[in-house]
Design a protein around this ligand. Structure first.
Ligand SMILES: CC(C)(COP(=O)(O)OP(=O)(O)OC[C@H]1O[C@@H](n2cnc3c(N)ncnc32)[C@H](O)[C@@H]1OP(=O)(O)O)[C@@H](O)C(=O)NCCC(=O)NCCS
Length: 225
């Protein structure tokens, strides 16, 4: 991607390269101060050549740069790795289908001196556009309570559990212990359906044939209508 101007004076967005790695790691160290090296695992991805559908195959690493080209914000997103460890033993075909449709923002951070001027919002909105263009149906992230309203402001719905209706009537649910989920539907097929019997909305229509039928309810085991 060519550097892209934003509405913010002097701030451009561009796909990260290997030479941005140290700056990105410095910025992302603020996401989890208890574990400042939490995102070091993203370095090898940055060594990869840039190629679609995102910036580095199924990973998106974008920097916001100031007028001198210095990174002042970074966003890291990619595949929902929690699916690989899911207790329901998802088969490979379903796993591939989901990985092609669900993106997750793993981290976003802005230089403390530039916070509050819209850089974070530009990065998140950019990620929404990139995942949408790449054919994804859902973008999620995990958020602490302090940032829930921030992500709501950016069009995300906050939920306790991420529940996805599958194409065979089954549902896939995931809950994180310490955070809630922020999710945003990216295309006209995908929507959030309120289902009696469930405490969180259900992601409907993400996969072909997975729309939640009107009047559906959860009987404690499965979706019925
Ligand atoms: C969270 C973070 C990325 C936000 O970036 P930012 O550039 O400061 O945020 P923005 O300036 O884009 O804020 C956009 C809007 O959200 C609002 N906002 C900012 N922080 C907010 C918060 N904690 N709660 C609610 N709204 C918030 C702003 O007021 C602004 O509203 P406006 O558009 O109506 O003026 C930044 O504070 C940061 O780097 N924090 C440390 C790392 C971190 O915690 N990352 C998130 C977890 S991955």
């Amino acid at each position: 991607m060519k550097p892209k101007r934003t509405r913010l004076p002097g701030i451009t967005l561009r796909d990260a390269t290997a030479s941005d790695a140290d700056a990105i790691m410095r910025l992302l160290a603020d996401v989890n101060p208890d574990d400042p090296e939490a995102f070091e695992g993203a370095r090898p991805g940055l060594e990869m050549p840039q190629s679609g559908p995102l910036s580095h195959f199924r990973v998106l690493i974008v920097v916001a740069a100031d007028g001198t080209g210095r990174p002042v914000g970074a966003l890291l997103a990619g595949a929902p790795l929690w699916l690989l460890e899911h207790e329901s033993n998802i088969d490979d075909v379903l796993l591939e289908a989901l990985i092609a449709r669900v993106g997750i923002i793993t981290a976003v951070a802005v230089d403390p001196e530039r916070r509050g001027s819209g850089v974070g919002a530009e990065l998140v909105r950019h990620a929404v556009r990139r995942f949408t263009r790449a054919g994804y149906g859902l973008l999620t992230l995990n958020t602490l309570p302090a940032l829930e309203s921030y992500y709501q402001h950016l069009g995300f719905t906050i939920m306790d559990d991420l529940i996805v209706n599958l194409d065979d009537g089954r549902m896939l649910g995931q809950r994180w212990g310490d955070t809630r989920v922020a999710a945003r539907a990216l295309d006209r097929h995908t929507a959030f359906a309120d289902v009696p019997g469930l405490g969180s909305p259900v992601v409907s229509g993400l996969l072909p044939g997975s729309r939640v039928p009107r009047g559906a309810y959860f009987d404690g085991e499965k979706l019925c209508n």
